[in-house]
Write a protein that binds this ligand. Sequence first.
Ligand code: SAH
Length: 473
Amino acid sequence: MKKDDLIQVTIEDMSAEGAGIGKMDGFPLFIKDAVIGDTVEAKVMKLKKNYGFARLVNVLSPSPDRVEPLCPQARRCGGCQIQEMSYPAQARFKENKIFSNLQRIGGYEPAVLEAAREPFLAMENPWRYRNKAQFPVGLSKDGRVIAGFYAGRTHSIIESSQCFLGKECNEEILRILLDWMEEFHIPPYREETGKGLVRHILIRCGFSSGQIMVCLVLNGERLPHAEELVSRLTKLPGMTSICLNVNRQRTNVILGQTVLPLWGQTWIEDSIGEIRYRISPLSFYQVNPVQTRRLYEKALEYAALTGSETVWDLYCGIGTISLFLARNARQVCGVEIIPAAIQDARQNAALNGITNAAFFVGRAEEVLPEQYAKGDARADVIVVDPPRKGCEESLLNTIARMCPERVVYVSCDSATLARDLKYLRERGYELRKWCGVDQFPMTAHVETVALLSHKSPDSVINEKITAETENHI
Ligand code: SAH
C-alpha cells in the first residue's frame, strides 16, 4: 500500500476523534466520515509506521447505522464528527468505549462491569443542546462579510449561519450583525494581515433563564455605529447583555482578557437545578446544560450525602459541582488551578447564599496533599472531575490515604479514568456503579461518572476472619 492508492475496506472501529478505523492486513487506517459497519472506497493520504490516514471516496455498502446528516456542512465543519451515525448507534458506541477501556486498561472483569453498569444517559433530543456559539468573522472571496465556522483543522471560514447544535436565535443574531457590518462598513479582522476590527461573535444563552449575551471580539476597543447595532439587537426577546471583548493579539486564542460593556450587564445568569450561576464572556460554563444537570445529579446520587459529610471537589472549575453538593453536605472544599474560575465559584456561592463551600486556588495534586499533611483535610466523600489527562498519581495516593468512604470520579476520557481506577482498586477501592453520559451528541466525546468505595470494614473483617480460619485449618 502506498500514498494515493485506492483501497476498499470495512470500518470496524472509531477513533477518539470520531474517525472510522478500517484495517488492511491488520494495518489500521483512519478514515474521517466513515461509520462502523460501512464498506468504503478510500484514497490513502498519509502512511506512518503503525497506522495511516485515508480519505473517504465512496461508500460501497453503507452501515445499518449510517444516516443522512441533518446539517449540509457536516463533513466540512470541524464541530461535529459523527453526524452520519444514527443517534442510538452513537450512544451504543460511546457506552461500549467506556466498557472496553475499563476492561482493557482498568483490568476489570466484564461481570463486574456489567453488575456496576447503570443505563447510559443519552439525550432525548440530541440537537440544539449548546448554550454557547463562537462564529469567526471574515471576508468571502467576493468581498462580502461572512461568519461561519472553521473547516476541520484549518482557519478557513466556511460561510454558515445555521448550526443544528446551537440555538435557533443564533441565526437571527448573525444576520443582524452581518447586515449592520455591511451597511456601516465595519471591517472584519484578517488573520493574514492582523488588520480589521471584528474577529469573532460569541453568543451565550441561558437555557433556563432565557437570557442572551452577544459579545463581539474586537481587534480594538471602540466599535463605531454601536448605537445602531444595539438598537437592532435589543429588539430580540431575552437580550440581556451586549459587550465587547478586546483581543489585539495575533493568535488563535479567541478571547482577550478585557471585557467592556456596550449595553446591559456584562453577564447573564442561568441555573442548573436549583443553583444559579453568573456567566460572563470569559467564564467557563458547561455547554450542554440539560445533560450537565443529569451528570451532576448522578454525581450527587453517588455521593449519597446526608448533610453531615465533608466533601472535597477536586478540579472544581467555577464550583458547579461543589455548589450542587453543598446543600446536602456539612462542608465542601473545591480546588481549581485557574484563579478566575475560583473567583466565579466564590461569587456563585454568594449568589446562592451558600456559606459552607470553601475554595482553594492551586493544583489538586499539590493542594490536597499539603492540606492533608497539615492535618487540615479529611473527607467522607471526594469528587474528582479532571481534564482528559486524568489525575496525577500523587493525588490518587493522597486520596487513598485519606480513605474517604466514597470517591465519585467524573471523567471526560474513559481511558485515563480506567488507568486511575486501577490505581485506586489496588488500594482497596472497588467499583460500585458507573454510568455513561452523553454531553456532546454528534461528537465522539463521552463523559462517565463512577462510584468507588473502599471495601467496607465488615468485608475486610470477614476476609481477615476467613484467612484466620483457613490458617487454623
Ligand atoms: N468540575 C467543573 C470543571 C471540570 S473541567 C465543572 O463541572 O464545570 C476540569 C477543570 O480542572 C478545569 O476547570 C481546569 O482548569 C481544572 N484543572 C486542570 N488541571 C488542574 C489541576 N492540576 N489541579 C486543579 N485543577 C485543574
